[in-house]
Design a protein around this ligand. Structure first.
Ligand code: NAD
Length: 388
């Protein structure tokens, strides 16, 4: 029994979720519902140049289209957000529509802050410091992983400090998330796999995190079932509305779960690896995840047994440490089966940088929610060495 009679929690998820193939067509009526008349479309340079996704959004918006800001880079930065907010002001918009992966959605959250309150994004760092709503934002994910479409956080790189800054506020939730499977068809295979494992990691970390609670657990466990079933299938059939759709649902459910329960050591490591090296966030998570399970085994075995059960891995009757190892191995198999690297050495992280990554992870906001307190860099370094 993971919870006792002293259980108390707050579960909140205000984002309206609109799911369905071709649900992009709902965009104008959703904007009307927000009384918004002029929207800035926020996306990344690759999507703007190499896909028709922006054109599709522009067409759907019709007279509500005010302009496009397409300077988002993977793992967006403070300067990119500030310039986007200046463009939003210049175009006198009253809404932001993001189309893209977590980098575009997080950038749009940052733009919505600076557009509403002024200054630079750097001035608004931290948690629950916003006194009024940010500019209304509709998020349209084109990857199935980050869950940013339903979370109150934005992760933006401070290019100078080589650190990811966290912004968290109830005013940061997108008002609407439009989940349209067809818009995710064009993801390159490694992004499909990496983002799928991002969703999976959110679900597992939501189960072990310090704020874990039963509503988030239910969402997380179903997200795990969906990823295990549909991620390998979507790797074989990238244009399947069914598998793409179920992965979008998994990412959104895992997003709501971790938004409430929080994450832990896996994310503290992945944020730091991502800020210091060009490693995709979901891939950085996938590499650390099994090793963090083993590190936390003595305090979170029950949560990991539940995760294992949702994966179809039976551990009844096994001692805790052996059970957690079986679940960790099943995760390693899942990661390898979708073609992702399983070691940091294989994604360009230099071994000499591991101590600095360990120090960086210690000051990442996610680490305080890890079920086992992590106060020594040597503990993180141990996990990093195992994952190297
Ligand atoms: P991304 O947004 O960085 O996109 C990765 C690449 O995939 C880009 O080159 C993009 O152009 C391409 N791409 C995306 N969709 C595509 C499509 N449909 N067709 C073709 N190409 C496509 O990747 P991501 O993994 O979605 O987002 C990662 C970011 O999200 C990181 O900065 C991470 O810190 C952040 N994040 C935020 C939250 C949150 O709750 N706010 C949660 C997890 C991660």
């Amino acid at each position: 029994m993971r919870y006792g009679s002293d259980l108390s929690f707050l579960h909140f998820s205000p984002t309206k979720v609109v799911f369905g193939n071709r649900s992009l067509s709902e965009l104008p009526s959703e904007l009307d519902g927000l009384s918004a008349a002029r929207a800035l479309v926020v996306t990344d340079a690759v999507l703007a140049a190499k896909t028709d996704l922006v054109e599709r959004v522009k067409k759907a918006l019709g007279r509500r289209f005010a302009g496009v800001y397409s300077d988002v880079m993977p793992d967006s930065g403070v300067g990119i957000v500030d310039r986007g907010a200046a463009k939003a002001k210049e175009l006198a918009v009253d809404a932001i529509v993001s189309i893209g992966g977590g980098s575009s959605i997080d950038t749009a959250k940052g733009i919505a802050i600076v557009h509403a309150f002024g200054g630079s994004l750097r001035d608004h760092q931290g948690f629950q410091g916003m006194s009024a709503p940010t500019t209304p934002h509709i998020a349209i994910p084109t990857t199935a992983g980050t869950g940013s479409e339903v979370t109150k956080v934005a992760v933006i790189k401070d290019e100078e400090a080589h650190q990811k800054l966290l912004f968290g506020d109830f005013h940061l939730y997108p008002r609407v998330a439009i989940l349209d499977p067809e818009l995710t068809f064009g993801m390159p295979p490694m992004i499909t796999a990496g983002t799928g494992l991002d969703a999976f990691t959110h679900a597992v970390e939501a189960l072990h995190a310090m704020q874990a609670e039963p509503v988030a657990d239910a969402l997380a466990l179903h997200a795990i079932r969906l990823v295990v079933r549909h991620l390998p299938a979507v790797m074989k059939e990238p244009a399947s509305v069914l598998h793409r759709g179920q992965m979008l649902i998994a990412a959104t459910m895992a997003g709501i779960a971790f938004d409430n329960a929080q994450v832990g050591l896996v994310h503290a490591i992945a944020h730091t690896v991502g800020a210091r090296h060009r490693v995709h966030h979901g891939t950085a998570n996938a590499i650390a995840l099994p090793h963090v399970l083993r590190f936390n085994a003595d305090v979170a075995a029950e949560a990991y047994r539940e995760a294992g059960l949702a994966m179809g891995v039976e551990t009844t009757g096994m001692p805790d440490e052996a059970a957690v190892d079986v679940v960790a191995r099943a995760i390693e198999q899942l990661v390898a089966s979708v073609g992702l690297p399983t070691r940091y050495r294989d994604v360009g992280v230099p071994e000499a940088d591991l101590p600095a990554i360990a120090e960086g992870a210690l000051s990442d906001g996610a680490i305080v929610y890890n079920p086992k307190p992590v106060t020594e860099a040597s503990d993180v370094l141990g996990v990093l060495r195992a994952a190297y």
